[in-house]
Design a binder for this molecule. Structure first.
Ligand code: ADP
Ligand code: MG
Length: 266
């Protein structure tokens, strides 16, 4: 691996992987996490998070998974890409994530899941299902999610569900009125504003081991102009400018280097 120590870095600050350690929590992320965790903990069923490609949905999903996976009072499952040919396969996939064996029919599988959810509930625990890339779900699979939300007591849902997806998900849900109207809370993650873009970059640099800023103010402006605050594009620039900075042997990265990295990208 490239030695980043001349730049004061212990590990690479910019990566295209959704590592929750590198997740900068802006006010909008805090608000979204707040709403979604409230619905989860109040057992109110389903929350949906929308956002364009590269805005940070998967990172947020992993963050949520991390929070609840470690909690003793939760049983949590995470499905990164729900690509299933039928709703029965989808149901079996969900059940497998909760450690349930496959059954012969959809009916038997639903029964087994309901039994499981009741046992979890009686054990004083809560079940959480996180589904990323939920725009990949198709018609009857949304119907199945609605059925899962029918597993409930007088006061609460037995399974909490968080869907994350691109804007296409919004259109798909509109066509599923019965499910759409059951959504307890919906949020949209927007690209970062200039200040949060700077904060995110500085945060990532700090997590990677460097105390003082890696970029000049002008360089940060150029990154914002190029990325318009889309985190994935910010990371792509960062990824490409680091080797240039190492070759040039600079201690802080200025706008010229950033412009060069961006030119090489296009
Ligand atoms: N709030 C954030 N703080 C730090 N990095 C972020 C943030 N949001 C997204 N990223 C980074 O941007 C890239 C794309 O994020 P990702 O979660 O994969 O987006 P999406 O799932 O919406 O396409 C990843 O490298 C991720 O680490
Ligand atoms: Mg994603």
């Amino acid at each position: 691996m490239l030695d980043l120590s001349p730049l004061g870095l212990v590990e690479p600050p910019f990566s295209l992987s959704p590592d929750p350690r590198y997740f900068y929590i802006s006010l909008q992320h805090k608000a979204t996490l707040g709403k979604v965790t409230y619905v989860i903990e109040q057992c109110q069923g389903i929350s949906v998070i929308f956002g364009d490609v590269g805005v940070g949905k998967t990172t947020l999903a992993r963050r949520l998974f991390q929070i609840y996976r470690d909690r003793e009072d939760f049983v949590t499952a995470y499905i990164p890409t729900p690509i299933y040919p039928t709703e029965f396969q989808f149901l079996k996939g969900v059940c497998a994530e909760f450690g349930l064996s496959p059954k012969r029919s959809k009916f038997a599988q639903l029964d087994a899941l309901e039994d499981f959810l009741l046992r979890v509930f009686e054990g004083g625990k809560n079940c959480l299902l996180i589904i990323d890339e939920a725009q990949g779900l198709v018609g009857p699979q949304f119907e199945l999610i609605r059925q899962l939300l029918n597993f409930e007591t007088n006061t609460q849902k037995l399974i909490q569900i968080v869907l994350l997806g691109q804007n296409e998900l919004r259109n798909k849900l509109r066509l599923k009125r019965a499910l759409d109207s059951r959504i307890a809370t919906r949020s949209t993650i927007e690209p970062l504003d200039p200040l949060d873009t700077t904060n995110m970059i500085n945060f990532r640099v700090m997590v990677a081991g460097r105390r003082d800023p890696l970029f000049t103010d002008e360089a940060l402006e150029v990154i914002y102009d190029f990325s318009k605050g889309m985190p994935r594009d910010v990371c792509v620039v960062g990824l490409n400018v680091l080797p240039l900075a190492l070759v040039d042997g600079v201690g802080i990265i200025g706008e010229d280097l950033v412009r060069r990295a961006i030119e090489e990208l296009s």
